[in-house]
Design a protein around this ligand. Structure first.
Ligand code: HEC
Ligand SMILES: [Cu+2]
Length: 375
């Protein structure tokens, strides 16, 4: 008898524990790259505090309700010699107890609601004392990458959001194709980018740091590969970065020749010049290398100094960049590199003549090396 009850129970408990382990995700490391439990700025800290408060309140409810249930089950269990047909005296309601439970539940909800509303207001409005020195960035989400515009300085970049540590960053969130969601787990919670609607969030990093971001709203084939990086710099490096980003990186005579001094090219001259030619023919239709112009693909003006490739999916290393340019389809299924882009009605616009481009390995090597001269 005993065995018969215990075996299925243990099996179910084991299964539940196993499923739980599977569903908690890939990492139990609280300091992991995409951990929201390791806040590094005021907005994330506020959201973390609300999360912990909610966790405490719900743990309290779980223990009291679960404890009461377990106690009742134990106290009124059937004992040896009990008459199975015995019906205990019936009661119908207990107004004091019921009122008490309603009031207690409402009270717990209020405890959670007050800081939650505070948090909603906080993330929408930069506090007065942080307005001084705040910077502004326009973010547009695309399938499956991010365009970052610095409107005050008038330049664009992609997939890496750079900003000064210790200052508020006002982020205007837009989308043209489908709904995306901007999520920097260590700096701030998710806010959607919705076509036709203007959303806003602000972030701040307490210290300089390197952060991992992710699109957090399912947006099609390669949604899971729609990452980005955020880099909080010390003040002097930020000023330097700003200045560099606004500089041109290629000659404006249509040759796409890098402006970087030849001795710094790091590759044979003919290779780079060939790369420039490949870029002009096969890439420039979608990618601008002018920091002041945004086209259909990520702006590549200063790509050589970026740390990641393919919207934060790869590190920016030669072999990985080569692989991306050689076969982007294998890296990010369904992505629009070489395929065109989605227009406002969701139709794929194929760039004219694109399909005819079949680059040789040598050409891909040339253009890969070329991209590293754009700094
Ligand atoms: C039809 C338009 C189109 C053409 C042509 C095109 N690309 Fe792209 N490219 C894109 C799009 C769109 C993305 C973003 C893909 C993604 O991450 O989902 C991209 C991404 C990239 C990236 C990664 C950028 C980043 O910040 O992560 C690099 C590098 C790149 N392309 C290089 C090239 C090179 C080199 C060529 C020419 C051989 C080329 N592209 C041709 C549209 C194009
Ligand atoms: Cu997305």
């Amino acid at each position: 008898m005993r065995l018969r009850i215990r075996t299925p129970f243990l099996a179910a408990a084991g299964l539940a524990a196993g499923l739980l382990l599977l569903t908690v995700g890939c990492s139990l490391n609280i300091e992991g790259q995409q951990s929201a439990l390791d806040p590094k700025g005021p907005v994330a800290k506020n959201q973390y505090d609300i999360f912990m408060l909610t966790l405490y309140v719900t743990t309290f409810i779980f223990i009291t309700v679960g404890g009461a249930l377990a106690w009742v089950l134990w106290k009124f269990r059937q004992r040896k010699g009990d008459d199975p047909n015995f019906i205990p005296p019936q009661s119908h309601g207990h107004p004091m107890l019921e009122m008490g439970l309603v009031i207690a539940s409402a009270g717990l909800l209020v405890i959670i609601a007050i800081p939650t509303f505070g948090g909603i207001i906080l993330k929408k409005v930069v506090p007065e004392e942080l307005l001084d020195g705040a910077i502004e960035v326009n973010v547009v989400g695309f399938q499956w990458w991010w365009a970052f515009e610095y409107p005050e300085q008038g330049f664009y970049t992609a997939n890496e959001l750079v900003f000064p540590a210790g200052r508020a960053v006002k982020i205007n969130l837009r989308a043209d194709d489908v709904i995306h969601s901007f999520w920097l787990p260590k700096l701030a919670g998710k806010v959607d980018l919705i076509p036709g609607q203007e959303n806003f969030i602000w972030i701040m990093a307490d210290e300089p740091g390197y952060f991992w971001g992710q699109c957090a709203e399912f947006c099609g084939d390669s949604h899971a590969y729609m990452l980005f990086r955020a880099i909080a710099l010390p003040e002097d490096e930020w000023e330097e970065w700003l200045e560099t980003q606004q500089r041109d990186t290629v000659a404006d005579d249509g040759s796409f020749e890098p402006l970087l001094a030849r001795e710094d090219w790091g590759y044979p001259e003919d290779k780079i010049l060939k790369g420039a030619e490949v870029f002009r023919q096969a890439c420039a239709g979608c990618h601008s290398v002018n920091p002041r112009i945004q086209t259909n693909g990520p702006n590549l003006a200063h790509f050589g100094s970026r740390t990641s490739v393919a919207a934060g999916w790869y590190e920016n290393e030669y072999d990985l960049l080569y692989r991306w340019i050689r076969e982007p389809e294998k890296v990010k299924p369904g992505n629009f590199m070489y395929r065109g882009f989605l227009d406002r009605d969701g139709r794929t616009v194929i760039m004219p003549g694109l399909k005819d481009y079949d680059l040789s390995d040598e050409e891909v090597h040339a253009v890969t090396a070329y991209l590293y001269t754009l700094r």
